[in-house]
Write a new protein. Structure first.
Length: 754
């Protein structure tokens, strides 16, 4: 097996040990994708396992596509029969096959986040609630959190704890909104993303025959990025693997950064409790980063108490020390980072795509963008508005969805007056209410509109019904592309966009053409057996934020949040805004668990870099319209000092104190601030010392107890005690006029008297 020769010893162990429960702990840059893909290929090639009996779950379609291509290159085209995809796509596939068991149509619509929030806004408005209290984002997150923890609306309304929490938060109607939201989705024949997990759990819980069918089908279950799974995902996979017990999870607890999405790090930390005979394999060699980057990241993550023990190492070169830039303001930070990129790009003959600027929040991009523009450095922000979230794209997709499922309330609201037909919002509300009161689907109400509405509006609705029926005939006879192109043209959407000759209008028209191109590509793909519009819409509905273009495809400096950067790598990485209350975020300081997640996020940022990491922080920053003084992040201090250097070239603001060359130019920023405060605090009646004319700091590595020293402010004194254990080397000195002081030798400017 040629592919086995490409693996190191632990990687090969992960590929060849196929039976029983296995956990592969894969450190950053350790080649875990190769192990997972070769493991699946090995099942097919060496064990002759039917690909139909292998279930492989990922978190992005992009990852699944890349893995499938790799597996095919080793195991051949049989690999196309794998059940491989995201949790949501695989479970949606199962739910479509078993939808009738739960009372849903097999062509149920999948609501994205915008659809869900729009429905919540409608419910809040219809119930006469204050939308400033019941903000759609807050309500959506509350409902999503409940579903991810498998709390139904019935459980929610019958749990005194949830009711009490809502009352204390002055939102006592939260449970009622949850109930209404679920019922409206069900009536529309729609599931949101959380329902795909929630309803799969319900399906397997209430229909043991269905569960048994899939337990027998999937003899091998594999999960990528296991540290990102939530309770719902874990329970589904545990049930599926309970018969054959051939479950393999791959992940890294040190990269668990999605708690805000419901990810539960305890799934990977406590995996062994559910499988006492678990085989644990550790991939600890980092192939991506230099030794200094690996060591710096290791020194940070060691501060976390909740973790699986591992020793990440690399055979790569030492490389540069972690670089630190200090600036007076966020605008200067942008200028210094842009200047550093410009210089490194030219001096090291690099491309723009070799650089990434990472930040904790999207709002930090402004100063970086302005600075890059001024220096004519091309950049691109990733994680912005997705192609499929643009208005003109959602408009056409809503038409396509409604033709497939004419009870979809959110699609109906979006297209009923698009292009304008003279059907106002009040008429739309009457149609929705008529459906509720008469237990009728939306399209049934539309077909009998004269019972509820008369006049011009009724005429317009009847014309709309005729149009949709025409589209449904096309849907039954043509493939996805022919149907979509027909709907785009006959609906009037394309004509309206074409008639708008503004730059924005032309862009929107081109975007719709690009969507049609995507549908044509879908139809023309040989591996795509089902070429119907239903299949395309089901596919598009499951696209995630991570299905964006590869940052390396175009020559731009890459800008993104650290969360968006997970799974990517760049030669040079800049982590900006390294300040307390920004990173770590002020909202993540309430518990040890939250702070440890922030530290893992910093670890992820560091380990994106292959050759160089630069950290930057500002002393002042505008936040929420106010200029705020900032302190360096505690995470800077947590990097072992031997792996950090001050970038003196770009620290042209307030001097940071002369650093001794023999100490590797390393420092702890927060300790420096603290020492400065101590040095500037002069007791009453005392006068600061004037340094001797020949004063020059000595190499403090030579300092020892009993030596006589001179300090530029405190004057002459004797070393009473030395503390050289750990990263913070300290000396306790008795000064003649200022008494006893303990100084950090990394920063202290001391002249050793001969």
């Amino acid at each position: 097996m040629d592919y086995l020769e490409q693996l190191n010893s632990p990687q090969r162990e992960g590929v060849e040990n196929l039976e029983g429960p296995t956990m592969i702990i894969a450190g950053a840059g350790s080649g875990k994708t190769r192990v997972l893909t070769y493991r699946i290929a090995h099942l097919i090639r060496s064990k002759n396992v039917d690909p139909f009996s292998i279930l492989a779950l990922t978190f992005t379609n992009k990852a699944a596509k890349e893995m499938r291509a790799r597996i095919e290159s080793v195991a051949g085209t049989d690999a196309r029969n794998l059940w491989m995809g995201t949790f949501h796509s695989i479970f949606a596939r199962i739910l479509r096959s078993e939808a009738d068991k739960l009372g849903y149509p097999s062509n149920f619509t999948i609501y994205d986040t915008d659809d869900s929030k729009s429905l919540i806004r409608n419910i809040v408005k219809e119930k006469g609630l204050d939308d400033k209290v019941y903000k759609h984002n807050l309500v959506y997150n509350r409902i999503s959190g409940a579903k991810n923890n498998l709390i139904s609306w019935q459980n929610y309304l019958n749990n005194p704890l949830y009711i009490s929490e809502d009352e204390q938060a002055l939102k006592p109607k939260m449970g009622i909104i949850y109930k209404e939201y679920v019922e409206r989705c069900f009536r529309s024949g729609a599931m949101d993303f959380d329902d795909l997990l929630f309803n799969t759990n319900v399906l397997f819980r209430d229909h043991l025959d269905v569960l048994n069918k899939y337990q027998q089908r999937f003899k091998y279950v594999m999960i990528d990025e296991f540290q990102d799974t939530n309770i719902s995902q874990y329970l589904i996979t545990k049930r599926l693997a309970s018969v054959h017990q051939n479950i393999c999870v791959v992940g890294d607890d040190a990269q668990s950064i999605y708690a805000f999405r419901g990810a539960n790090i305890q799934n990977i930390l406590n995996f062994e409790k559910d499988y006492p005979d678990l085989r644990v394999i550790k991939l600890e060699q980092n192939y991506r980063s230099t030794q200094n980057i690996v060591n710096a990241a290791n020194s940070v993550i060691l501060k976390n108490s909740a973790q699986l023990q591992k020793n990440i190492w690399t055979d790569n070169d030492n490389g540069e020390l972690v670089n630190l830039i200090k600036s007076t303001s966020d605008n200067e930070e942008g200028r210094l980072v842009a200047s550093s990129i410009f210089e490194d790009r030219n001096n090291k003959k690099l491309e723009n795509r070799d650089f990434a600027i990472l930040y904790r929040t999207n709002s930090q991009s402004r100063s970086m963008e302005e600075a890059l523009r001024k220096m004519n450095i091309p950049y691109r922000i990733f994680g912005g508005l997705s192609f499929y979230q643009r208005k003109e794209i959602k408009d056409l997709l809503s038409y396509l969805r409604f033709v497939i499922n004419p009870n979809d309330e959110q699609s109906f609201r979006r297209i009923i007056n698009l292009p304008k037909r003279g059907i106002g919002a009040s008429s739309v509300d009457k149609i929705i209410v008529a459906g509720f009161e008469n237990d009728m689907g939306i399209f049934e109400v539309l077909e009998n509109i004269r019972k509820f509405i008369s006049g011009r509006t009724a005429n317009a609705v009847e014309n709309f019904v005729t149009l949709i029926k025409t589209f449904k005939i096309k849907l039954e006879r043509a493939d996805a592309y022919e149907t979509a192109a027909f709907i785009a043209k006959q609906s009037g959407l394309l004509r309206d966009l074409y008639d708008d000759k503004t730059i924005e209008g032309l862009n929107r028209y081109e975007n719709v053409q690009e969507l049609l191109n995507a549908i044509k590509e879908f139809v023309d793909t040989p591996e795509q057996e089902d070429k119907s519009l239903e299949a395309f819409i089901a596919d598009v509905a499951l696209l995630t934020d991570a299905n964006k273009e590869n940052p390396a495809d175009t020559d731009y400096v890459n800008m993104m949040t650290i969360h968006s950067a997970k799974g990517l790598e760049f030669k040079h990485v800049y982590v900006v805004g390294m300040e307390e209350d920004l990173f770590p975020s002020q909202m993540m300081l309430n518990s040890r668990a939250d702070l440890e997640e922030e530290r893992r996020l910093f670890y992820v940022a560091l380990t994106r870099a292959m050759e160089k990491v630069t950290l930057s922080y500002a002393l002042t920053r505008y936040r929420f319209g106010r200029l705020k003084s900032c302190e360096p992040s505690r995470f800077i201090e947590e990097i072992a000092p031997e792996f950090v250097k001050v970038d003196r070239k770009f620290n042209n603001s307030e001097p940071m104190g002369k650093l001794n060359s023999g100490q590797g130019n390393s420092f702890y920023a927060r300790n420096l601030v603290a020492q400065r405060k101590a040095e500037n605090k002069v007791p009453p009646g005392k006068k600061l010392h004037t340094p001797s004319p020949d004063f020059a700091p000595s190499d403090t590595r030579k300092l020892d107890t009993g030596m006589r020293v001179e300090h530029p402010k405190f004057g002459f004194g004797d070393v009473k005690k030395m503390d050289v254990e750990g990263a913070n080397r300290k000396a306790t000195i008795e000064f003649e006029n200022f008494g006893e002081k303990t100084l950090l030798l990394t920063f202290a400017k001391l002249r050793i008297m001969e």
